[in-house]
Design a binder for this molecule. Structure first.
Ligand code: ATP
Length: 250
């Protein structure tokens, strides 16, 4: 990977880009994934590349929802795998969730490459690869309709980082609780999810792991209270307000 000077004013943003380019070269990320990242970067720029208090609230609700879930699943695409492989594995371990590869632009070789990459970072099991367990969600009109019987098909809570709206809406129709991580507070995904973390996945994942550790010994009643006190629509409105204020002040 090309060396990025820590003194460059956009060093972190360049480092993230470099990660994706590496992911692209090694077959984890598709060109469309690079474009989707660009859309995310634009929103992150407006956010000031910082985690807002609204995002922290959503992260806390995410932690509580995952700890209370019976069959939580973290859905992983190429960008997510390239950016936060270690954190995906750590989060899955902390909340006892399954990890499933699920791609918009599906291909067996990329699924296998992503699963291998996650295993290299410590994942013991990665679902979504073995055809024997494959089933379909008919409402979805992309390759993402293919899911694992042991994973997303049976899940009660699904984490969908960097998602497209179709699948989020379809998962909701199937009665699942959906947690999105998406820098665009206006996307269909952001609006359809039960909890939307509007933050860069690079910042959100380590923070989420810290929150989970922090609240993991709390009673179920307290975890239910955290979720009950969280209002996704109001939180998204708060995020948009924050963005407007920042743009005005700039
Ligand atoms: P929708 O279908 O939900 O309206 P979309 O068509 O914008 O959304 P995609 O093109 O699949 O969906 O893009 C994925 C989303 O991921 C975008 O909203 C983008 O802002 C977001 N995103 C990209 N990179 C990151 C990142 N590093 N962290 C968090 N979100 C990101």
């Amino acid at each position: 990977m090309e060396k990025i000077s820590p003194h460059h004013p956009r060093a972190e943003s360049l480092r993230i880009r470099a990660c994706l380019v590496e992911g692209f070269k090694s077959g984890l990320v598709v060109p469309e994934g690079l474009a989707a990242h660009g859309r995310g970067e634009a929103f992150d720029y407006i956010l000031g590349e910082r985690t807002t208090k609204q995002a922290e609230r959503a992260i806390e609700a995410t932690g509580a929802m995952l700890l209370l879930a019976e069959r939580p699943v973290i859905s992983v695409n190429g960008n997510t795998a390239a950016l936060v492989p270690t954190e995906i594995v750590q989060l899955a371990e902390a909340v006892n969730a399954k990890i499933e590869v699920n791609l918009f632009h599906g291909s067996t070789s990329r699924e296998v490459a992503i699963a291998r990459w996650l295993k290299k970072h410590g994942a013991k099991e990665v679902l979504g690869i073995d055809r024997k367990f494959s089933t379909r969600i008919n409402e979805i009109h992309s390759d993402r309709r293919k899911v694992d019987r042991r994973g997303i098909a049976a899940a009660d809570v699904v984490v969908v980082p960097l998602e497209d709206g179709d699948r989020t809406e379809a998962l909701k129709r199937l009665g699942k609780r959906v947690i999105a991580i998406d820098l665009n507070p206006m996307s269909r995904t952001a609006r359809a999810a039960d909890v939307t973390v509007v933050d860069n996945i690079i910042r959100a994942m380590p923070l989420l792991i810290r929150y989970v550790k922090h609240i993991s010994r709390d009673s179920k009643t307290k975890l239910h209270r955290i979720i009950g006190n969280f209002d996704n629509r109001a939180n998204l409105r708060g995020t948009l307000k924050f963005m407007f204020e920042r743009l005005k002040s700039i």
